[in-house]
Design a binder for this molecule. Sequence first.
Ligand SMILES: Nc1ncnc2c1ncn2[C@@H]1O[C@H](COP(=O)(O)OP(=O)(O)OP(=O)(O)O)[C@@H](O)[C@H]1O
Ligand SMILES: [Mg+2]
Length: 464
Amino acid sequence: MDTPRLLIADDDKKTRDFVAAFLKYKGYDVVQACDGQDALDKLETEEVHLVITDLMMPRVNGLEFVKKLKTMRPGTVIIAYSAFGNYEMASNLLKAGVFFYLEKPFNLDELETHVKRGFEHQSLQSQTYRAKPALKNRALMPNIIGESSKMLSLFELIEKVAESDSTVLIQGESGTGKELVARAVHDLSNRKTRNFVPVNCAAIPDELLESELFGHVKGSFTGAVANRIGRFEMADRGTLFLDEIGDMKPNLQVKLLRVLQNRELEPVGATRSKKIDVRIIAATNQNLEKLVATKQFREDLYYRLSVIPIFIPPLRERKEDIPLLVNSFLERFNRNKKSKVKGIDSDAMDLLVHYDWPGNVRELENLVERLVILKGFGAIGVNDLPEKFSGVTISPPSESMTLPDSGICLNTVVEEFENNLILQALKKTGGNKKEAALLLNLKRTTLIEKLKKRRLDTIATSFA
Ligand SMILES: Nc1ncnc2c1ncn2[C@@H]1O[C@H](COP(=O)(O)OP(=O)(O)OP(=O)(O)O)[C@@H](O)[C@H]1O
Ligand SMILES: [Mg+2]
C-alpha cells in the first residue's frame, strides 16, 4: 500500500470537510462521499482500504451501507460514528463487521488512532483477501469463524472433503475446533439428513467402549440385560465421529480396523455380522504419527483413518482471526446473558492479539464469556483483562541466551534482566516512576516496591 487511502461518508458537509482536512494533513489520501449511496458508487471505481462513515444519512443509511459494503468488499475496515448511538446500534454494527464505533462528539486524535489501527489490521488481512478462493458453501458453516488465509484454505478443504465419502482424520491442538469441523463436514455432505454420532473414545471406560461402539446382544456379559445397538448402527447412513482416537486401546484398535476394512461389524456376543454404511471422521489432539512411531497406535489403522487428513492450525498461527472471534463471541454472550458490553477498546484488543492462546479458540471463548459476565456493560479495557495479559506485548530480547553447560541461577539472571529493563524505562522517562511503570505495564506501586527491594532507588533518582 503506498499512501493509505480512505473514504469518508457523511451528509453533513462541515463535519466531513473538517475530518477530511485533518486526515489529509496527517498524510492520508481521502475520498469524500455525501451519503451511503454516493459512497457505494464511488467504491465501485475507487480503491480504498478503510471507510469512515456516519450512521444517520439519507438514501442508504449507515447500517445498510455497512452491510452492503461488507458483501461488496469484505476486506474493508469500517469505522462508524454517530451522535445517536445506543447499545443496540453498537451491537448491530459489531455484528455487521464494523471495526470500531465512535460516539459523537469525538476528538480527531482519537479518530486517527483508530484509523491507524484499522490500517494495521487491514494490512494483516490483505493477504487473506488477495488469496480468497471462491467458497460455495461458506454460508453453510456459520459457526466456524475465521477469515485468515489458513482458515479460508480450511473451508475450501471442508467443502471438497464433504463431497466424498472417505474417512477423515482431523488433527489439531486442543480447542482449535476439531469437533466443529467434523460437524461441518457432515452438514455439507449427502449424509446431512442422517445422524452425526459423536463418541469420545477417551471418556468411555475401556471395557465399555467396544459394546458402546458395536452394540451387544442380551446376556453377552454381566449387565447386558437386553440387546443394544451401538453407535456405529446409530450412525447408519450418517457420520460417526470418533473423537480422541489417540486414546483408543490396542485391542479395540484391531477391532475398529476390521470394521473399517470389511464395512461390517459384530455386536459383542453376536454370531453374525451386520453390514454398515457409515462415514468415519476421527479426531485427536495427539500427534498420531508419534504414537505410531512409539507403537502406541497401530500403523495400519492410522493409514486407514488418514485417507484425508485435515490439520487445524493453532490460533497463534492465525492471529488475524482474533479480533473477529472476540467480536462475535462478545455479540453472542451479550445476547445469551442479556449483558450490554459495548465492545473492547483497542489497547485491550492489542493485548489479546499478541497473546499466544495455548488453549486456542476455547480459551478465547471462555475469556470473553467471563469478561461479559464480570463487566456487564461499557467497553472492556486493559484493566479488565486477567493478569497474564499484561506485558505480553514486550518483545523478547533480541539475542537469545544460550544456557551454559555449567548452568545458571535462574532467579539471579531473571532479576538482572528485569533490573536492566526497569532502569532503561526510568532513563527514558527522566526518572518519572509513573511513566516508567506505564512503559513496563506495572502498577506504579509495584515498580516502587521493586526499586526498594533491589536497592535501585538511588540510581533511579539519579535519572531525574
Ligand atoms: N473457528 C471457530 N469459530 C468459532 N468457534 C470456535 C472456532 N474454533 C473453536 N471454536 C469453539 O471453541 C470451542 C472448542 O472447539 P472444539 O470443541 O471443536 O475443539 P476441539 O479441537 O475439539 O478441542 P479438544 O481437542 O479439546 O476436544 C467450542 O466451543 C467451539 O465452538
Ligand atoms: Mg474435541
